[in-house]
Write a protein that binds this ligand. Structure first.
Ligand code: SAJ
Length: 428
């Protein structure tokens, strides 16, 4: 197997394409977004991720990575396109019932359709996108079957399918993608044994962790379980922070003390959960079994309610300040990434603006944000000038490393640190 076509050159597809290209494969990297194709073809990289630019440039310069707007012939096709979620706006929701978002598979479907004409006997198709359980079997296989060859695992196909199919979910942490792509164990869910073995062998070309072979539906579910586990645990930390406020204790000290128990490891409370994974994936499990997942659904609601809680805290803290100007620091969903998808920090800023506060927001990784152009400051200094209060929303290194007291300044501004990330003043 020497030629690979990677569909979707985003946070996962691009590093994966570059990784294969620097491990001896001939790779066609495909994206339907003309701007991304053009940027990459010029040797620039549209994603901020440590080491990625260097890796992509090395892959392009080696001649092993070619960027294209549509797929071409290859031995393996890797689908790494986004799976957004759509909020249910049906009659039940309009009547006030709880809306349960579900997966929007349109990009997965069109990527799968685009590879059909290129399938040949022994082609391997790998779905990396995070999807609800049974998507590989119930959505992907029927599309691939249109190629006219027998597809492994598809109803009516012979035992030995001519087209091999697997789901190999990505599990890498934004900010550490390249390291985790290589070091993490890799889940490989085949629609049959031959598919799992072929996909496992492909990833073993660069994965140093173990390749764990299973079936496609188990791999889909495991990926969702991992992110749901984290979401529920963050919700618990957030709920503890609300209890702590109510009983008048410092939640950070309380968590530190509780975590001294050998079997307790409470995560960090904050302004909520963002990003395109943890804030989304639990809904894909709920979608599969809504009546048996009350805990998962409530955890999502707890985390989604956190931006509004932060706004309540700000309102309470500033109620005696006349016409306050608030400097909001950090807009991305977590530290030192450039991703604002589902970011609770952005939601807090939007709520504050809607509530009529005068806001100046600064994030070293964000230069533009739809609808918030008027509040974006170009520098930390510009955000702080004239501010009566500072709200820290994302724990970027730039803010973590500020000297104690830097944000209070000579003016003695009120500082609310939702991430507990600032260096504290030495105690007198
Ligand atoms: N967060 C907290 N408290 C914490 C930890 C995180 O409030 O103690 C918040 C973060 O600020 C952020 C959100 O949760 O808003 C998610 O951040 P994260 O660093 O926990 O995770 P992601 O979304 O960047 O990446 C996750 C990872 N999954 C797990 O750790 C189980 C990663 O391994 C997955 O590959 C990725 O989702 C994905 O693509 O699915």
């Amino acid at each position: 197997m020497s030629r690979i076509c990677v569909l979707g050159l985003g946070y996962i597809g691009l590093p994966t394409a570059a990784m294969f290209a620097t491990h001896g494969f001939e790779v066609i990297g495909v994206d339907i977004n003309g701007h991304i194709v053009e940027t990459l073809s010029n040797g620039d990289v549209h994603i901020q991720e440590p080491g990625l630019k260097t890796l992509v440039r090395a892959a392009l310069q080696s001649g092993n990575l070619r960027i294209a707007g549509e797929p071409g012939p290859a031995d393996a096709f890797i689908i790494a396109v986004p799976t957004p979620f759509e909020r249910n706006t049906g009659p039940a929701c309009r009547s006030g019932a709880t809306s349960r978002p579900s997966a929007d598979l349109r990009y997965v479907v069109s990527a799968a359709e685009s590879v059909v004409p290129h399938l040949r006997p022994r082609s391997l198709v790998v779905l990396e996108s995070t999807v609800p359980p049974r998507t590989t079997v119930e959505v992907l296989l029927p599309i691939l079957s249109r190629c006219g060859l027998s597809v492994a695992g598809a109803p009516g196909s012979s035992d030995a399918g001519q087209i091999l199919v697997a789901h190999c979910p990505e599990r890498v942490l934004p900010g550490r993608i390249l390291e985790e792509l290589v070091r993490n164990d890799r889940l490989v869910g085949g629609v049959d044994r031959a598919s799992a073995e072929a996909a496992g062998a492909l990833y073993a070309s660069f994965v140093e962790g173990e390749t764990l072979l299973t079936d496609a539906t188990t791999a889909e579910t495991v990926k969702l379980m991992e992110n749901t586990y984290r979401d529920v645990n963050i919700a618990l930390a957030n709920e503890f922070s609300l209890v702590a406020q109510r009983v008048g204790i410092d939640v950070w000290q309380a968590i530190e003390l509780a975590n001294r128990h050998p079997r307790v490891n409470i995560l960090r409370p904050g302004p909520g959960v963002g990003g395109h994974c943890i804030a989304v994936d639990p809904w894909f499990l709920v979608q599969a079994a809504p009546d048996v997942t009350p805990l998962i659904q409530v955890a999502r609601q707890v985390n989604d309610s956190m931006p509004a809680r932060v706004v309540e805290q700000v309102r309470e803290a500033l109620k005696r300040v006349d016409r306050p100007v608030i400097a909001c620091l950090g807009l991305t969903y977590k530290a030192d990434v450039d991703d604002v998808r589902e970011s609770p920090s952005v939601q807090v800023v939007r709520h504050l603006v809607e509530a009529g506060y005068s806001v100046r927001a600064f994030d070293p990784y964000v230069r533009h944000l739809d609808g918030l152009e008027g509040v974006l400051a170009e520098s930390l200094g510009q955000a702080l000038a004239g501010a009566s209060a500072v709200l820290v929303l994302t724990d970027h290194r730039l803010f973590r490393e500020l000297p104690p007291g830097a944000l209070e300044g000579a003016e003695g501004r009120l500082v609310l640190d939702t991430r507990h990330c600032l260096r504290s003043q030495p105690r007198p």
